[in-house]
Write a protein that binds this ligand. Structure first.
Ligand SMILES: [Zn+2]
Length: 94
């Protein structure tokens, strides 16, 4: 599996996220309202990651879209256990 070192954001003109089969590796997709972000895990495991921003329970904040910056770090609870920061469009592995 090849780890990515960068991730760019694409904001949709609609309220919908693209279908999984039309998503590209290395691109994070957001609907127009930027309430959520979907992308393939940058570790290369092929899992889809959904980061909610509007839920009151969420810990994540979308600091910047271009370049993409999200805080705090993202840690997968699935078996890949990927743990990384997204800062300035870069993936910073922990
Ligand atoms: Zn992964």
């Amino acid at each position: 599996m090849e780890r990515l070192n960068s991730l760019r954001a694409v904001v949709s003109e609609t309220e919908h996220l693209p279908a999984r089969e039309s998503m590209e590796v290395g691109v994070a997709y957001l609907p127009r309202d930027r309430s959520v972000m979907a992308f393939f895990c940058p570790c290369g495991c092929g899992r889809e990651v959904f980061i909610p921003f509007e839920d009151h329970c969420t810990v994540w904040k979308l600091e910047s879209v271009e370049p993409l910056t999200v805080s705090p770090s993202i840690q997968m609870t699935s078996e890949c256990r990927a743990h990384y920061f997204i800062r300035g469009g870069r993936i910073i592995w922990c």
